[in-house]
Design a protein around this ligand. Structure first.
Ligand SMILES: C[S@@+](CC[C@H](N)C(=O)[O-])C[C@H]1O[C@@H](n2cnc3c(N)ncnc32)[C@H](O)[C@@H]1O
Length: 273
């Protein structure tokens, strides 16, 4: 066995370089641990038609969102998303991670016309469905991003910039060996918090009691977040009640909401950058 090219293991890296949260996340990325499952599935004809009509105007692919990419026009000089360039106006910006089929997303964008919304999702049929809803409601304050939201936050969202971040019913990854795939993890919550401006809200909801407790524990441990409710929040009346939530409740799985506020503390310089 030759010794000229020793393998660079995480342990070697740990000993020879500062092991920041960012590198730890990069290691996760190298190991291919992601919070979404490959669901397969094709778009319906209606979703495809909406895609053909409107994706170019209302959607963007994370892969194109790079300083040398096809949608460099949507970025600022630092390579971060420039919402004014995408929406054609300056307004508060709220992001939703994992918009699914877009029922809640479209309803909230319609209810909050003065705010701009970006929905991030990896599942094309879901994005196609949300495009149909966006067209039907004539929404001008909603844009769709296809890609891994963790990478979007890390690479394309400026620190201290968001006015809100929403994660509704994320995949619960209930088996213990899958817990590492949960979207809500200390490192991702630190990243989420760092992208919020002080005073902005991170809103989480789930119908899985054990995941709810996990979320509470993880967010309690994040120094940039404050919990004005000291625990779960009363269900906000403005969060649209979906068929999924109603069914879960009927089956004995009431939903829990967490409303966390970004405090005034400074985000670590390396938080996700
Ligand atoms: C269980 S569904 C919930 C959808 C929707 N929020 C709702 O309440 O009906 C979770 C969604 O999150 C998406 N997702 C999971 N991890 C993601 C990630 N890292 N980036 C973007 N989307 C993600 C999945 O593709 C899936 O559509």
């Amino acid at each position: 066995m030759g010794h000229e090219h020793p393998a660079v293991t995480p342990e070697t890296e740990r000993r020879t370089r500062p092991w920041s949260a960012v590198e730890e996340r990069a290691a996760h990325a190298r190991r291919g641990i992601v919070s979404f499952a490959d669901r397969g599935g094709r778009m319906t004809a209606g979703q495809q038609r909406a895609w053909d009509r409107s994706w170019g105007r209302l959607g963007a692919d994370l892969a194109d969102l790079a300083p040398d990419g096809r949608r460099a026009d949507l970025l600022d000089g630092d390579g971060r998303l420039n919402p004014a360039a995408w929406f054609g106006r300056t307004a508060d910006l709220r992001l939703e991670i994992g918009s699914g089929m877009g029922e809640t997303t479209a309803a909230l964008a319609e209810a909050e016309p003065g705010t701009d919304h970006v929905a991030i999702e990896v599942y094309p049929p879901g994005l196609g469905q949300l495009l149909m809803r966006t067209e039907a409601a004539g929404l001008e304050n909603l844009r769709l991003l296809r890609g891994d939201a963790v990478v979007v936050l890390r690479d394309r969202i400026a620190p201290d910039s968001l006015d809100g971040l929403r994660v509704y019913y994320p995949d619960p990854w209930t088996k213990r060996r899958h817990h590492k795939r949960r979207l809500v993890q200390p490192a991702t919550v630190a990243l989420m918090a760092s992208r919020l401006r002080p005073g902005a809200t991170l809103h989480l909801a789930t119908d899985v009691a054990e995941y709810a407790e996990w979320m509470l524990e993880v967010t309690d441990g994040e120094p940039l977040l404050e919990n004005p409710h000291g625990g779960f929040a009363p269900r906000p009346a403005w969060r649209p009640r979906t068929k999924f939530e109603t069914r879960a409740e009927a089956e004995g799985r009431p939903s829990s909401d967490l409303l966390l506020v970004r405090g005034t503390g400074r985000a670590p310089a390396d938080a996700g950058s």
